[in-house]
Structures are given as C-alpha cells and as structure tokens.
Design a protein around this ligand. Structure first.
Ligand code: CP3
Length: 361
C-alpha cells in the first residue's frame, strides 16, 4: 500500500508540520516498528536488537514493515536513542528488562573520558539506513522519512543511571551536588546530537524528532536550567533545509509535559508532540500566549493503551482526537510509543479512520 501524489514535492507530513491546511491530518505512530508486529518478531528471533539497529538492510526492512502493513504517512528510521551514548564511549546492552549501561557515568573523570563522535565514522549505519530508506521511497512523493535523536537530558538519565530508572537518584544527585559537571555532560551530549541530526538530514531525513522522554520529571526552574538551553541550542544549530533544499521540520516530544508546555514552546520547535495528560484543546489554550501561539502544529495524543480496546471502543476515541484537532494544525499520533500487546487490527482501524476522515474536514 503506497501513497502517490504529484501536487507538490513536499511530503504530506512535512506540509502539515509547516502548518499547511490539508484535506485530513497525517498519521504515524511513535515506535510504529516493533514487537506488536509478527513480521518484526520473526526478524528479532534471529537477530538481537542492537545488531538489528546496526545492520542497515535489516533495519530498513523493519522500518518499512508498518508502512507496508498499515500505510502510515511516514516512515521513521529503525534505531534507538541509546546509539549515540554507545558512540560516545559507553557499553550499551539490551536485555529483556530494557537497556543497560555497564559503565555508567558517575564521576567527573567519566564525563571527561566521553568523546563527541564523528557521526559518519561511529554511526554510519544510521546514515546508510536513511539513504536506503530514501531510495526505497523514491517513487512515493507522499510519505515522509523521519530521523530522530534522544535529547541531552533523557540521554544523560540513561548514561548516569545505567538504564531505566524509577526515581532518577543518580542524575538528580549530580544535579543537586555538582550542577557544573552535569552541564559539562549535557553540553557534550548536545554537541553529539547536533552532529548526529545534521548527518541524518544530509543523509535524507525529511523531518527530525527530538525525544526528551524524561524531561517531564523536572520542576520548571530545573527544566529551564538543564533542558531548555540544550533544546534551543540543538534546534538553532540544525540544518534548516535538506540536500534538495526542502525545509526540515523539528518535532519535540517530552513525556509528562503538561506543566512544561510553555517552556517547550520557548525552544521554537516546528511541532510539539503531546503526551496523554493534556488534551489537544487544553494544550492550545496553554500555548496561546507563547511564541508557539495558536498557529503552532501539535502532534498526538491517543493513549497507547486505548489500542488494547475492542474496535467499537477505539473508533470513537480516534474520532474524538480527530475532532479536537480539526482545523487546528494537527498530526495524529500516540501520546507515547505503541506497546507490544497492541492488536495490529487496531492499528489498521486507527490509520484507516484517519485516512478516511476527509469528510470531517
Ligand atoms: O518509532 C520507531 O518505530 C523507531 C524506533 C524507536 C525505538 N526506540 C526502537 C526500540 C524509537 C524512536 C525509540 C526511542 C526510544 N528508545 C526512547 C524515546 C521514546 C520513548 O518511547 O520514550 C527511549 C526512552 C528509548 C530507550 C529504550 N529502548 C527502552 C527503555 C527500551 C526497552 C523498552 C522496550 O520497549 O522494550 C528500548 C528498546 C527498543 N527500542 C525496542 C524497540 C523496537 C524493543 C526492542 C526489542 O525488540 O526487544
């Protein structure tokens, strides 16, 4: 199932990111490639997760699986946010309990040892993957290719905690005891992210998404000190156009962002991706008096757990989000990544409901 359009050379999702009025909102899903798909599990049975990320032909196949199966308006490259920390010098492994870093950053000397890697030399499999995906999509002018990176705060949580965390004791400890050292680390990560995302744009990413999943654990003054300046620096340093001269929008996602939305706006992303705790209507009201204003584009925010519901319960939920987003510059997505128990038929229902929604608009 591919999409064709000859209206303009810009992909549909890029047009939506730029605020153009379209016949319906675009739809794609965070973590749209993954374990809820049988085709993905077949490949994962033979290949461990990191090897999959680092093998461009397999990663390309997996990236395209949801596009072929459901026809989303975008393909997001298959990779993980913990690839750059590995390139900076840490040892990253993925077990059944999630990611783990064997040599976490705990002392100033650990921060000093980290490198700002050359993205092509150390993460060339990512740029190779993007080039392959652009080739695979060359006859499809409709579908956008998305690149991404974790943002400094979220990457620092994994690098310091050594994996996923409940109370973030080590990174908060460093924040309270030695904020200067934490800034030194965040600065190094920000430099890495800038080089990495610019290499992705050069390799063909038409949109980039910055994931700052764990920035929502902070109170506003902490966010202003340890998160916002790095978002600003990254967004200001990204290439504004791709190799063909097309604009490259930036989508910013923070989980639990409700009280922080005005601060997200200050970094001036093209699109703010909402989690499930703020409705689209509420987010519009909160953002009205910020630089994002009423003209900014919002992405989200169907609850990933709603996708476990029977079709008759799910359909009105999707329709409600469509109605809330109607005429307000909206991209349909989830409030967080899709979860492994999701029935694929519900993804079909979601995507088809959005694609058939033109009559609503
Ligand atoms: O959207 C996509 O389809 C692209 C792929 C993608 C993955 N991870 C693949 C993945 C993206 C965009 C990510 C981002 C990511 N990774 C984030 C930020 C977004 C978010 O969800 O908050 C974070 C925090 C991570 C770190 C990470 N990676 C964790 C905590 C885990 C374990 C939890 C889990 O879902 O298993 C991963 C592993 C991971 N990343 C998987 C996938 C498909 C599962 C690996 C497997 O096949 O076992």
């Amino acid at each position: 199932m591919t999409n064709q359009t000859t209206k303009s050379t810009l992909p549909f999702l890029v047009k939506a990111c730029l605020g153009q009025q379209l016949e319906r909102p675009p739809v794609w899903l965070m973590r749209q490639a993954g374990r809820y798909m049988k085709e993905y599990r077949v490949i994962r049975q033979k290949t461990d997760f990191l090897t999959l990320c680092k093998t461009p032909d397999l990663a390309a196949e997996v990236s395209l699986q949801p596009y072929h199966a459901f026809g989303m308006d975008a393909v997001i490259m298959f990779c993980d946010i913990l690839i750059p920390p590995e390139a900076m010098g840490l040892t990253v492994t993925f077990g059944n309990g999630g990611p783990s870093i064997d040599n976490p950053v705990r002392a100033v000397s650990d921060i000093e040892r980290l490198v700002v890697p050359d993205p092509i030399q150390s993460m060339g499999f990512v740029t190779d993957l993007l080039q392959r995906l652009r080739k695979a999509l060359k006859d499809d002018l409709h579908t956008a290719l998305i690149g991404f990176s974790g943002a400094p705060w979220t990457l620092a949580t994994y690098m310091i905690e050594g994996g996923s965390s409940k109370n973030f004791a080590f990174i908060k400890g460093l924040m309270f005891e030695n904020p200067k050292a934490l800034h030194q680390l965040l600065e190094k990560i920000a430099e890495t992210v800038i080089l990495y995302l610019n290499a992705q744009i050069e390799a063909g990413a038409q949109i980039v998404q910055l994931f700052d999943t764990w920035a929502g654990i902070l109170e506003i003054s902490q966010y202003r000190e340890f998160v916002l300046p790095y978002h600003q620096k990254i967004i200001d340093s990204l290439k504004k156009t791709g190799p063909e001269g097309d604009p490259v929008p930036v989508i910013l996602y923070v989980n639990n962002s409700r009280g922080l939305l005005p601060c997200l706006a200050e970094a001036k992303p093209t699109v703010i991706s909402l989690d499930t705790t703020t409705s689209i209507t509420e987010a519009r009201a909160i953002l009205a008096d910020t630089p994002f204003g009423t003209a900014g584009v919002l992405q989200g925010n169907i609850d990933p757990v709603a996708l476990f519901s029977p079709p008759e319960a799910l359909k009105p939920i999707v329709q409600d989000v469509l109605k809330a987003g109607k005429n307000t510059r909206h991209i349909v997505n989830l409030g967080h990544g899709i979860l492994p128990p999701t029935p694929p038929e519900n993804v079909t229902l979601l995507v088809d409901t959005v694609k058939n929604s033109a009559a609503l608009f």
